[in-house]
Design a protein around this ligand. Structure first.
Ligand SMILES: CC(C)(COP(=O)(O)OP(=O)(O)OC[C@H]1O[C@@H](n2cnc3c(N)ncnc32)[C@H](O)[C@@H]1OP(=O)(O)O)[C@@H](O)C(=O)NCCC(=O)NCCS
Length: 146
């Protein structure tokens, strides 16, 4: 039974735990800050009551920036990431947004392939952006409401 729900500040610990086992991108304090930001939405992908995926996105004018996108390691390559991305695209189209934007490391081949499948195209590059010296690819997907 898969579902998607909006997370709130009561869920900071679970966001932090999922991230610690995946990207280790944000501290607990940073997660707490994400929940305070205007225009930022945090959604969880659940199997029964277990959160196995998280997407953080921020709406600015008619664009949405994906700031975080993860699926728990144990549940990858089963279509869950695609499920969450399809949800996000549908939601943004409903809100009449024109673009989805994100940054991904050039060395993150899995994520790049994943985003390419959803027709994100590279529109810019930030050289040596990450700590390991890898470049950040700026990607966007135009949203058309057909
Ligand atoms: C990128 C990420 C979110 C993808 O999540 P996921 O749940 O594995 O995504 P999916 O299962 O929908 O798709 C992944 C691949 O598995 C394949 N797949 C899906 N279901 C499958 C199945 N039943 N059997 C075999 N392969 C399958 C998909 O075709 C896809 O392959 P492709 O990318 O080569 O086209 C996940 O790898 C992740 O969390 N990575 C770490 C965090 C990260 O890098 N985030 C992005 C940073 S910006």
């Amino acid at each position: 039974m898969i579902s998607i729900k909006h997370l709130n500040k009561k869920d900071i610990d679970l966001c932090y735990e999922l991230d610690s086992n995946a990207n280790s991108l944000w501290s607990k304090e940073q997660w707490a800050n994400e929940f305070k930001k205007d225009g930022t939405k945090i959604v969880g992908l659940l199997i029964k009551n277990l959160v196995i995926g998280i997407c953080v996105f921020q709406i600015v004018l008619d664009e949405a920036q994906i700031n975080y996108f993860v699926v728990n390691k144990k549940f990858r390559k089963k279509g869950f990431g695609s499920y969450l991305m399809r949800y996000l695209i549908k939601k943004c189209k409903k809100l009449n947004l024109k673009k989805l934007l994100l940054e991904v490391s050039q060395s993150n081949v899995t994520a790049e392939r994943f985003y390419s499948r959803f027709e994100f195209s590279t529109v810019g590059i930030r050289k040596n952006y990450y700590k390991d010296g890898s470049h950040a690819l700026l990607k966007e997907k135009k949203l058309t409401t057909k």
